[in-house]
Design a protein around this ligand. Structure first.
Ligand code: AP5
Ligand code: MG
Length: 195
């Protein structure tokens, strides 16, 4: 069976990181979280980290040309070529979606599926305030959610037009959500295998 190449979409705090860890474990695919990559760069004090820190704390988006370069480089690595990928936090603008399409479309490594993890705003607010990451301040959360509606939500239609979108209810226990994700991923992998 060909490796899973997936995008997980959904509001901030919807559980993308939580579920991605489980999916990566179950399917052997490489979890690529752009937020985790940026936080690692901040912790290491690299040039990227120095540029990203203030942007992230304010809940703004790191510029597309930087993110597109970071992701293109990561997707070219041998582990990803061999095991596939699960992109979490990318793409989140139309420009980033085009950059991903330029990498995947028309190759023998197309996307398997893009899943929208659907969780209402009041619940994601509750989850993020309980989590308490550096950028989980009321102001930064509000700005991230605003940018989500403006820049990222339109990508749902973009993926749907390409026949790649599945929507999964993200409410319930982590186990319940994972079982739902598993069902849609398995169905898509079967379809891909059937050609
Ligand atoms: P990023 O790290 O992607 O943060 P985010 O978009 O705010 O999303 P989160 O990580 O907060 O949400 P999540 O869906 O992963 O939820 P989680 O699993 O943690 O990005 C951070 C910043 O980096 C951005 O603001 C931007 O500045 C920059 N950036 C990153 N990518 C970029 C890009 N492509 N372009 C430009 N800039 C970029 O779950 C949330 C909480 O809920 C946790 O505490 C969890 O334990 C809990 N939880 C999970 N599942 C459940 C459940 N079923 N029931 C109850 N609680 C649950
Ligand atoms: Mg996350």
């Amino acid at each position: 069976m060909s490796p899973l190449r997936m995008v997980i979409l959904g509001r901030q705090g919807s559980g993308k990181g939580t579920q991605s860890a489980r999916i990566a474990d179950a399917y052997g695919t490489v979890h690529i979280s752009t937020g985790d990559m940026l936080r690692a760069a901040v912790a290491e004090g690299t040039e990227l980290g120095r540029r990203a820190k203030a942007i992230m704390d304010a809940g703004e988006l790191v510029p597309d040309e930087i993110m597109n370069g970071v992701v293109a480089e990561r997707l070219a690595k041998p582990d990803v070529v061999e095991r596939g990928f699960l992109l979490d936090g990318f793409p989140r603008t139309p420009d980033q979606a085009e950059a991903l399409a330029a990498i995947c479309d028309g190759t023998d490594r197309p996307l398997t599926v893009a899943v929208n993890l659907e969780v209402p705003v009041d619940e994601v607010m509750r989850r993020m305030l309980a989590r308490g990451r550096d950028d989980d301040t009321a102001e930064a959360i509000a700005r991230r959610l605003e940018l989500y509606e403006e820049q990222t939500a339109p990508l749902l239609a973009w993926f749907a037009e390409r026949g790649l979108l599945e929507t999964v209810d993200g409410l319930g226990t982590e186990d319940e959500v994972f079982e739902r994700l598993r069902a849609v991923i398995d169905a898509r992998l079967d379809r891909a295998a059937a050609g």
